[in-house]
Ligand binder design. Structure first.
Ligand code: SF4
Length: 207
C-alpha cells in the first residue's frame, strides 16, 4: 500500500512523510495539501542510486558489521500498518534464527542513511516505524533496528523503546491532524534545514 487514501477515506502516510515531518512539518503539508507544487530534483535519483549500490555491497559482505554470525537478508520489504495508517519499504530486514534448532529469534530492520552523523529524531522514528510495521505485517516483536551509514559504512543500533514507539504514534497523529485541517505549520525554529530544502522557493517567510 502506498501513499494515498484507503476505501473509507483514511489517509495512509509513508515513512518518508514521518521522517520529513520531524525535519520540517511544512514539507508534509505541501505534499498533501498542495501536491501540485512538488518540485522535481536530482536528489531523489541520487538517493536511489546510492541505495542500489549499498544493496550490491551488502550482498557481498559478511554480517559481522551487525555483530551477527548468521541471518537471512530480505531486501526492499514492503510493510504497512493499518493501526498507524502508515506504509513504507524497508531497505533490508535481517531474519536471525538459532543455528541449532532453526527456531525464529528476531527480525531486525536496517535502514541505509546518507549521513555520517549519529541518528537524529527523524531517523530514529523512521526506523522505529519500520519495526512497528514489520511486527504488524510479519508478526513477532521487533526489539531493535540498525542504521547503516552509506558515508562511514558504520552501523548504529537503535532500540525500539516504548518511548520511541510513542513518539512515532504521536508524530503520525500530528501529521494527520495537520493535513485534515489543512493548517500550514510554522517553519522550524532553526533555519538550517531551509538552506538545502527543495521547497524553499515556496516559503516566503524564511528569508
Ligand atoms: S524551506 Fe524551510 S520552512 Fe520551507 S519547507 Fe523547507 S525546511 Fe520547511
Amino acid at each position: 500500500m502506498e501513499r494515498g487514501r484507503e476505501g473509507e477515506g483514511r489517509l495512509i502516510f509513508t515513512v518518508t512523510d514521518l521522517k520529513q515531518y520531524s525535519y520540517c512539518p511544512r514539507i508534509v503539508f505541501y505534499t498533501y495539501c498542495l501536491p501540485l507544487i512538488r518540485p522535481t530534483t536530482g536528489k531523489m535519483e541520487e538517493g536511489r542510486l546510492a541505495h542500489k549500490e549499498a544493496r550490491d555491497r551488502e550482498r557481498r559482505r559478511t554480517l559481522r558489521i551487525y555483530g551477527l554470525e548468521e541471518a537471512e537478508r530480505h531486501f526492499d520489504v514492503w510493510v504497512v500498518s493499518e493501526v498507524l495508517g502508515l506504509s513504507g519499504r524497508i531497505d533490508l530486514v535481517l531474519e536471525v534464527t538459532r543455528e541449532a534448532s532453526g527456531a525464529f529469534r528476531e527480525w531486525i530492520p536496517v535502514d541505509y542513511k546518507q549521513t555520517g552523523r549519529r541518528a537524529g529524531p527523524h531517523l530514529r522514528r523512521q526506523l522505529a516505524a519500520y519495526g512497528m510495521m514489520l511486527e504488524e505485517t510479519w508478526g513477532g516483536v521487533v526489539r531493535r533496528g540498525f542504521l547503516y551509514s552509506l558515508l562511514t559504512r558504520r552501523v548504529e543500533e537503535i532500540l525500539l523503546t516504548p518511548a520511541l514507539r510513542q513518539e512515532v504514534r504521536e508524530t503520525v497523529a500530528a501529521m494527520r491532524e495537520m493535513v485534515e485541517r489543512e493548517r500550514m505549520p510554522d517553519p522550524p525554529p532553526s533555519r538550517r534545514p531551509c538552506v538545502t530544502c527543495e521547497f524553499r522557493r515556496f516559503c516566503n517567510d524564511v528569508g
